[in-house]
Design a protein. Sequence first.
Length: 210
Amino acid sequence: MEDILSVYQLPHDPRRPLVCMDEFSKQLLSETHTPRPTRPGKPAQYDSEYIREGSATAFMIYAPLEGKREIFITESATRTRIDYAHALELLSDTIYPEAEKIILVEDNLNTHGDASLYKAFPPEKARRLAGRFERHHTPLHGSWLNIAESEIAAVHRTHLDDRIPTADEFRHQCALASSIRNEKKAKTNWQFTNEEARVKLSSLYPSIQS
């Protein structure tokens, strides 16, 4: 935990951008009846019945110090090693091609490692991509420390809260949310520090018995 909190206190450095990345999914649902539109004093009304249309999966790639985000939609609606590797490729070669090193905060999943790059790409490319990142993993049961989670929640509230019937509509809403929030340069003002953690979460720290 202290490693992640120390990373969040680093000043912004364009040569070493801080990026938080996390996966999220959306169940796709279509309507059985046409919803009643919003009327004065009444919200839109939806039928309780719906049709399941599968799901869509994406990676939130979020630079909290810059107010910059990109949502990478997986082609397979899954979260495999291959999907993860292609998200890293986008981050390295398209979003920050000039960076000396990308400081990457991510959850502690078994897919989040260099092995995924070697599964997706030839060894030479995998090695090059692996060298582009300085990885910092949140502790087990501590995914709330990943700022990308709060950005995913913001996108859900504004653009993904209603039923979405197709993968194309999911892609459209994600692109729209990214565009609007990037234009505003919406940032995250992270306040939780190591000093506060040592007081508020003292019970989680190991103690030395005399």
